[in-house]
Design a protein around this ligand. Structure first.
Ligand code: HEM
Length: 426
């Protein structure tokens, strides 16, 4: 497999994978949300007001176009109800959030249109496919190559050398985009920047994808773009047709965008959390059957994104609170995932906790399409980290790792400086 992804990530240290820079570009605050969210834990499940205002931090979401009132939904039960009731709490908010950069995608579609579009790719993101095809074709190779490089030394920044390149490499090579173009591609798709920058990025991404789509229509290969261009899209009247180039392109843009940064940051959070709880890291090293629940627990305890938005479609009384059509609901995973009614000592990280449903990957019809893929990437990467980095510990000579990114969204470690004894692949 091409090593260009890793080289590019190193070269581009300041630009692409620096959460603080991304936060600053978007004008977000970077405070740790949990002490601020803790004060909301025991209050009512639904509160009128913008979440950031209730927390006393700068607003991260652009609220200029919101004409109605805003409600923060805080408890596990209430967040669950809102996620599951897509007719009342719709994804129309994404018309302003993602549509300007990505066009119509699963994120902003609702109802039958969303379901038919999601059905196209659903089979390729099921656990049987992510544990099989994705793992055998792309994940293991990418992880091995990354650890071969890391093991040339006895120290590394795992954020830069593992967490950043891995998901981009997996998702873009899985699609059929050559690894050497993968980072440039993600950069082009970043949702921030001036309209001119965004248009330029869009044009570049479009040219890469158009070429691939044309090639795969004529000559299919064993990759996701080939699957997309030859897949059937079900129509409203029950008929079927192939997807247009434009539809395939939008789908690919969404998946590459949604699958890169999130897994990068969540894997970084997982490594940081385990290094900060060395007894739990050791327990995992000794008993790999804890792996799935460890990943599940860290994503509960510290999801990279702690709030998602919904548009209130019709007048409703929700948990005793009156809302009107046109209002906005902010679903807070940060409080719901630490709800005391659901978990004992929820503020404590405990990988021995039996895995239980939470909202790091959302819920309902818009639940994360790539959740099994990202769990699998994290599982293979953490397994290799435990196998190949003996005596793994923080690097005492480096600046201590800090969490960066936005207070509510896009959180992840700035760096993960570690020392270790390199070990050969088992
Ligand atoms: C740890 C990594 C990830 C996290 C924490 C995460 C989280 C989420 C969340 C919370 C949502 C729901 C958004 C909402 O309801 O408004 C979502 C949606 C989505 N995610 Fe992920 N995601 C991750 C990785 C991935 C990957 C690897 C892919 C694809 C390869 C992906 C593709 C998508 C897509 C396409 C949607 C939209 C689904 C829809 O609207 O029907 N995600 N993700």
């Amino acid at each position: 497999m091409d090593t260009a992804t890793v080289n590019l990530a190193e070269k581009d240290r300041g630009g692409l994978f620096n959460p603080d820079e991304e936060a600053a570009a978007a004008g977000w605050g970077t405070a740790d949300p949990y002490p601020l969210l803790q004060k909301l834990h025991d209050g009512p499940p639904v509160v009128k007001g913008v979440l950031e205002d209730l927390m006393g931090i700068a607003r991260q979401y652009n609220t200029d176009h919101w004409t109605g009132d805003v409600y923060s939904i805080l408890s596990f039960e209430a967040v669950n109800k809102a996620f599951m009731d897509a007719e009342t709490f719709s994804n129309r908010v994404y018309e302003k959030l993602s549509k300007p950069a990505l066009g119509d995608t699963l994120l902003n579609l609702d109802g039958g249109e969303h379901k038919r579009m999601r059905n196209v790719s659903k089979p390729w993101f099921k656990p049987s496919f992510t544990d099989g095809w994705w793992t055998d074709q792309w994940i293991v190779d990418a992880v091995d190559e990354i650890f071969d490089r890391i093991c040339e030394k006895d120290h590394a920044d795992l954020n830069l050398e593992l967490c950043a390149p891995l998901p981009m490499s997996v998702v873009s090579t899985g699609f059929g985009i050559p690894a050497k173009e993968a980072l440039e591609f993600r950069k082009a798709l970043l949702l921030h920047g001036s309209p001119e920058e965004m248009a330029k990025g869009h044009a570049y991404a479009t040219s890469v994808l158009t070429r691939l789509i044309e090639e795969r229509r004529a000559d299919p290969k064993d990759d996701l773009i080939s699957r997309f261009v030859h897949a059937d899209l079900e129509l409203e009247d029950g008929g079927k047709r192939n997807m247009t180039n434009e539809e395939v392109m939008r789908y690919c843009n969404l998946i590459i965008h949604a699958g890169g940064g999130t897994t990068w940051r969540q894997l970084g959070i997982t490594i940081m959390s385990l290094l900060n709880h060395p007894e739990q890291l050791e327990a995992l090293r000794q008993d790999r059957s804890l792996m799935r629940q460890a990943i599940q627990e860290v994503t509960r305890w510290y999801p990279t994104d702690t709030a998602f938005l919904r548009y209130v479609e019709k007048d409703t009384v929700f948990e005793g609170v009156e809302m009107k059509a046109g209002d906005v609901a902010m679903l807070c995973l940060g409080t719901a995932n630490r709800d005391r009614k659901q978990w004992e000592n929820p503020d404590e990280l405990n990988i021995h906790r039996p895995a239980k449903r939470h909202f790091a990957f959302g819920a309902g019809v818009h639940a994360c399409l790539g959740q099994h893929l990202s769990r699998q990437e994290m599982e293979v990467a953490l397994g290799a980290m435990l196998d190949r980095l003996g005596d793994l510990r923080w690097d005492p000579d480096a600046r201590p790792a800090r969490m960066g990114g936005g207070t509510l969204i896009g959180r992840g470690p700035e760096s993960l400086p570690v020392r270790f004894t390199p070990l050969p692949k088992k």
